[in-house]
Design a protein around this ligand. Structure first.
Ligand code: C2E
Ligand code: CA
Ligand code: CA
Length: 526
C-alpha cells in the first residue's frame, strides 16, 4: 500500500469516478498444485491506480465500496475483466488454468446475481469450469438462502471456494451441507504452522477433515520453504503465497511463469524421492492422524497383523477400551479369542479376514460388555501386500439406548391403542405430534404416520383453532386435564365434530413432557 494515501482520498464519489475513469485494475497471484508443482490457477485481486496516490490496496477501499453498495458495480467489473483475461491467456501461450474471483456479500444476494454471472460467461466465452468464486463464511449467515444460490451456481458449472477458512466459527460438519468444492485455509494458520504446535495440529486436522468431506484444500499465505514441505507432507492440494509470487499485473504474471513452475522443484519435497518413500510417508501421516482423531473422539484404535493364519494385535489404545473392561496389556500380542468370549471372537474374525483381503475398508457394529460401538478396519498395503490393518472404534452406546427406549415407547403406545376407536395422540409441549393411533385412518381418512411430526393445531377448523390453542396452553401451564370441542379435517375435505380430552404427562421432577390427547367423533351423538 502507498503509505502516502490519505484516508480522505477514499470517498464514495472518488470511487464512483474511479469506476468511470477506469482507474481499477486487477493483479493476479498464482496458485500451484502441490503434487505436480505446476501453476494451476490465478486469483484476481483488485487494485486502485489512483491518479495522485498511485496503487491503493483493496483493504483501503473495499469496505467503503461495500458500505455504499458500489461493490456491486465494481464486482461486476472485476468478474468480467478476470474472465476476459483468462480467455486471452488461454488463446495465448498459457496452459489451461483457472481464475478465482472474490465475491462480496452484497453481490451474492443481489436479485440478478445469477443472471449477471450467466451473462458474463456468455459474453466473455469463459469456460465456467475454469471460473472459481471465493466466498467467506460470514456471507453464509442466511444459510438457507445462500444454499439455494450456491446450488444454482453449481448448476451453471462454476467452482466455489470457501475463503479464509478457520477465521470464522462454523464447523466443517455444518459446511458439508453447502456445495463447496474447496476450502482455503486462512493465512494466519499457515504462517506459524511449522513453529507453533497448535497451528500445526489445526492445519493437519483441517486438511484431513476437509478431505473426508470431499473438499479440496488450498493453503494461503505460503511464504517459506518449510511451509511447502509441511503442506506436502500433510497432503494439502494447492498453495498460494509470496514464496511463489505476490499478486502482480497481468504482464508480469506471464513473465513470472517459468519461475513459479520451478519453485516446488527447488524448495518442495524432492521430486526424485522414490515413489515408495513418498507413499510410506503418506501412510505414516495418515496413521498419525487417525490415532489423534480417534483419541479426540474418546474412541479406540487397534492394529493387527496376520501370522501363521492367526490375527495378532500389535497395538490397542483409547478410552473405549477401558470402558469395555479391557486393557492394552490384555489385547496386545494376543488373538481375539484370548480376551473375548468365543462366540464374539468368531464373529469378529470374519471381519478381520475380510479386511486382510485388502480390497476395501470394512465396517461393522458390535457389542462388548454392554458397550456398543462402530468399528472400521482399514488395510494398509505395501507393494500390493497387506502388511497390517488399522481399526478404529467409536462408542454408540448412548445412541443405541435412545433407539431402544423409543422402540419400547412405540410398542407401549401401540399396545394400548391398537383396538380402540378413540383417537389417541401423544404430543410434546410444543404441540408436535409424536404418536397417532391407527384409528385415525378409519375416522379421519389419513394414515396415522401422516400426523407424526406435525402440529396438532394444523388439522383443526380455523374458527376453532384459537380455542384449542388456548386450552393446550392452559394444559401446559397448569398441568391440568383440559377438554375441548372442535371440528377436525377429514382427508376427503369435510369437517368432523370432535370432543377431546388432554392429559398432561409429567416426569419424575413433575415437569410436563407430553400430553396425551384422546378424541372421539361426536357428530352422531348430539
Ligand atoms: P483474500 O481474498 O484473502 O486475498 C489474499 C490476500 O493475501 C491478498 O491481499 C494477497 O495479496 C495477500 N497475500 C497473498 N499471499 C500472501 C503471503 O504469502 N503473505 C501475506 N502476508 N499475504 C499474502 P490483497 O490483495 O490486499 O487483498 C485483500 C483482500 O481484499 C482479499 O483477501 C479480499 O478479501 C479482498 N479483495 C481483493 N480483491 C477483491 C475483489 O475483487 N472483490 C472483493 N469483493 N474483494 C476483494
Ligand atoms: Ca480470496
Ligand atoms: Ca483469504
Amino acid at each position: 500500500m502507498d503509505m502516502n494515501c490519505p484516508s480522505q482520498a477514499v470517498t464514495v464519489s472518488a470511487l464512483k469516478k474511479a469506476l468511470i475513469n477506469e482507474e481499477f485494475l486487477l493483479y493476479y497471484q498464482p496458485k500451484v498444485d502441490l503434487t505436480s508443482g505446476k501453476l494451476i490457477g490465478a486469483e484476481a485481486l483488485i487494485r486502485w491506480d489512483h491518479p495522485e496516490y498511485g496503487i491503493i490496496n483493496p483493504g483501503e477501499f473495499i469496505p467503503m465500496a461495500e458500505e455504499s453498495g458500489l461493490i456491486v458495480s465494481i464486482g461486476k467489473w472485476v468478474l468480467s475483466n478476470a474472465c476476459r483475461q483468462l480467455v486471452e491467456w488461454e488463446n495465448g501461450m498459457l496452459e489451461s488454468i483457472s481464475i478465482s474471483v472474490n465475491l462480496s456479500v452484497r453481490q451474492l444476494y443481489q436479485p440478478d446475481f445469477l443472471k449477471m454471472i450467466r451473462l458474463i460467461i456468455d459474453e466473455t466465452g469463459v469456460n465456467p469450469e475454469k471460473l472459481e468464486l471465493e466466498i467467506t463464511e460470514s456471507m453464509m449467515i442466511d444459510s438457507e438462502a445462500a444454499c439455494i444460490i450456491l446450488n444454482e451456481l453449481k448448476n451453471i458449472g462454476v467452482y466455489i471456494s470457501l475463503d479464509d477458512f478457520g477465521k470464522g466459527y462454523s464447523s466443517l460438519h455444518y459446511l458439508k451441507e453447502l456445495p463447496f468444492d474447496k476450502i482455503k485455509i486462512d493465512q494466519s494458520f499457515i504462517q506459524q504452522c511449522t513453529r507453533d504446535l497448535n497451528d500445526a495440529t489445526l492445519v493437519k486436522t483441517m486438511i484431513v477433515m476437509a478431505h473426508q468431506l470431499n473438499f479440496q484444500v488450498v493453503a494461503e499465505g505460503v511464504e517459506k520453504e518449510d511451509h511447502v514441505v509441511f503442506l506436502q507432507k500433510n497432503l494439502c492440494d494447492e498453495a498460494q503465497g509470496y514464496l511463489f509470487s505476490p499478486p502482480v499485473a497481468a504482464d508480469d504474471f506471464l513473465n513470472n511463469l517459468s519461475k513459479v513452475n520451478q519453485i516446488l522443484e527447488i524448495y518442495g519435497l524432492p521430486g526424485s524421492k522414490s515413489k515408495n518413500q513418498w507413499m510410506e510417508e503418506e501412510v505414516r501421516t495418515a496413521r498419525q492422524e487417525v490415532l489423534e482423531m480417534v483419541r479426540e473422539q474418546q474412541g479406540m484404535t487397534f492394529k493387527y497383523i496376520k501370522r501363521y493364519g492367526r490375527f495378532i494385535h500389535t497395538l490397542c489404545d483409547g478410552e473405549l477400551l477401558y470402558r469395555m473392561g479391557l486393557t492394552p496389556e490384555r489385547v496386545v500380542g494376543r488373538e481375539l479369542d484370548e480376551f473375548l468370549p468365543k462366540k464374539i471372537a468368531e464373529d469378529k474374525v470374519i471381519h478381520y479376514e475380510k479386511a486382510w483381503q485388502g480390497t476395501e475398508q470394512v465396517n461393522y457394529e458390535a457389542e462388548v460388555n454392554g458397550i456398543h460401538y462402530i468399528a472400521s478396519l482399514r488395510p494398509l498395503t505395501r507393494r500390493g501386500q497387506v502388511v497390517e490393518v488399522i481399526g478404529s472404534c467409536v462408542d454408540i452406546t448412548e445412541r443405541k439406548e435412545i433407539e431402544e427406549a423409543l422402540r419400547r415407547n412405540e410398542e407401549k403406545y401401540r399396545f394400548i391403542t391398537e383396538n380402540i376407536s378413540d383417537l389417541i395422540k401423544v404430543v410434546n409441549v410444543e404441540g408436535v405430534i409424536e404418536y397417532a393411533s391407527p384409528s385415525h385412518q378409519e375416522v379421519l381418512g389419513y394414515g396415522a404416520d401422516m400426523y407424526k411430526g406435525e402440529q396438532i393445531f394444523d388439522y383443526i377448523h380455523p374458527d376453532d383453532a384459537e380455542l384449542v390453542r388456548n386450552e393446550f396452553k392452559h394444559l401446559v401451564a397448569s398441568k391440568e386435564i383440559r377438554r375441548a370441542v372442535y371440528r377436525h379435517k377429514h382427508s376427503d375435505g369435510y369437517w368432523v365434530q370432535m370432543e377431546a380430552k388432554g392429559t398432561p404427562v409429567l416426569d419424575d421432577a413433575e415437569k410436563i413432557t407430553h400430553a396425551v390427547v384422546v378424541a372421539r367423533d361426536v357428530a352422531g351423538v348430539s
